[in-house]
Design a protein around this ligand. Structure first.
Ligand SMILES: Cc1cc2nc3c(=O)[nH]c(=O)nc-3n(C[C@H](O)[C@H](O)[C@H](O)COP(=O)(O)OP(=O)(O)OC[C@H]3O[C@@H](n4cnc5c(N)ncnc54)[C@H](O)[C@@H]3O)c2cc1C
Length: 403
């Protein structure tokens, strides 16, 4: 069993192979020189200096040798030969496989803004990126311009502001996060940031990153503002790492296209995590999720499929974010929310509420902000697909189980 990628998906798959009873060889090929780690703390507690390496590790470093799992840290897979069933590594050696999992994740999208190569312009994906940013931002007082106001940009901005930096975000939406959760709810996050002194130039992008002596000094926005900056972070989304799969002749369509069991177009090769675009049995549509819970759920399903078990990735998609004192969890089918009605239980002003997206009388997604232990009930409303009374849904006195 060979797994390419030492992120959360690869680590979970390796662990699942063992818990499901596979006793043969398992090798994880991991191009980062790290014990397999998860990324969510990088933009939050780890960047803030409140959490250390332990928070990053889904399994301790000792778990791998104890369970006879070989992790080739700092080793890139450079080629897959599906007919020979081999993976070529950076040193030219080849690794044979019976079943192969591609869990290569994603890489920050690079946009060729003029000046993007200046010193002081950063991307944020890896532990190394987070350590560099922590060292730079923890003293406070920097002028940080964030290009991008999606989940990761907003999280880093919140942490950087809490560390005492001047933070300005540029984003293409009039209200950040509105593509994902709509203007009204995106506004809750926008207001909290503004209250903390984070500035926004919306909608706008970077026309040019300006510098002097090779170092960034300012960002000129598409709206004509010049924002002083000594640190710029480009956080404009990610692209799935599909090159290996493409060269191996696998079907690529918004990532590596896989079945509900995470099989690629080659029966002995599977794909999971951020890189995989899988067929969801509920929506009967392909979706590529870039979230923590999907890395875990799909890592498990992929491992079971590699072992020949009947496994399907049919979880309700879930993700979470933490920004300042806003803690949020979301589950549901984002693609179905576009034409849905929004029903709010609780108070947007107090920032304590549950929002439901209701389509044709049924809940298709739900998001709780600063209200806890309701995810099971929200997922139950979604999975049961029962018709709901929206007045009861909006009424905090009616238990969710009674709706
Ligand atoms: C800063 C940050 C914060 C986040 N916060 C949240 C959050 O709050 N909530 C949430 O739900 N999600 C969050 N996410 C998203 C979540 O972390 C991802 O969905 C998850 O990391 C996906 O895991 P993965 O293993 O599929 O991919 P990755 O974590 O990208 O891991 C893939 C690994 O494969 C390696 N690799 C690629 N190509 C090769 C190769 N050829 N050979 C060997 N190795 C290779 C990569 O270098 C990488 O180490 C966050 C992501 C980031 C970056």
């Amino acid at each position: 069993m060979v797994i390419i990628g030492g992120g959360l998906t690869g680590a979970t798959a390796a662990e699942t192979l063992r818990t499901e009873g596979w006793s043969g060889p398992v090798t994880v090929v991991a191009d980062e020189a790290e014990t397999p780690y998860q990324r969510p703390p990088l933009s939050k507690g780890f960047l803030a200096g409140k959490e250390g390496d332990d928070a990053l590790l889904p399994y301790p470093a000792s778990w791998y040798p104890e369970n006879n799992v070989t992790v080739l840290q700092g080793t890139e897979a450079t080629e897959i030969d599906p007919s020979a069933h081999t993976v070529t590594l950076t040193d030219g050696s080849t690794l044979p496989y019976a079943k192969l999992l591609i869990a290569t994740g994603a890489t920050p999208r690079v946009i060729p803004f003029p000046g993007v190569d200046l010193d002081g312009v950063h991307y944020f994906r890896t532990k190394a990126d987070a350590m560099a940013m922590k060292e730079l931002l923890s003293a406070g007082g920097h002028n940080l311009v964030m290009i991008g106001s999606g989940w990761i940009g907003m999280e880093i901005a919140a942490t950087a502001r809490e560390l005492g930096n001047n933070v300005t975000l540029l984003g293409l939406e009039e209200v950040p996060l509105s593509v994902a959760i709509g203007r009204e709810l995106g506004g809750v996050f926008l207001n909290r940031h503004q209250e903390a002194g984070v500035k926004f130039v919306l909608p706008s992008s970077a026309k040019e990153i300006q510098g002097s002596a090779g170092k960034v000094t300012a960002v000129l926005t598409t709206t004509g503002e010049t924002l002083p900056a000594d640190v710029v972070i480009v956080a404009v989304g990610v692209v799935p790492n599909t090159a290996l799969a493409k060269d191996a002749g696998l079907t690529i369509e918004n990532g590596i296209q896989v079945t509900g069991s995470l099989a690629t177009s080659d029966p002995d090769i599977f794909a999971a995590g951020d890189v995989a675009n899988s067929l969801h049995p509920v929506t009967n549509a392909f979706a590529r999720s870039e979230h923590w819970a999907n890395a875990i759920a799909s890592g498990k399903v992929a491992a079971k499929s590699m072992l020949g078990q009947d496994a399907v990735l049919d979880d309700i998609p879930y993700f979470y974010t933490d920004q300042f004192d806003l803690g949020m969890e979301y589950s549901g089918f984002g693609a179905l929310t576009k034409d849905a009605d929004l029903v709010v239980r609780g108070s947007l002003e107090k920032r304590e509420f549950i929002a439901f997206w209701v389509l044709d009388g049924r809940v298709v997604a739900g998001m709780n902000v600063n209200i806890w232990d309701v995810q099971d009930a929200i997922k139950d409303l979604i999975s049961s697909a029962r018709t709901v009374d929206t007045a009861k849904l909006a009424d905090p006195q009616t238990p969710l189980g009674d709706i």
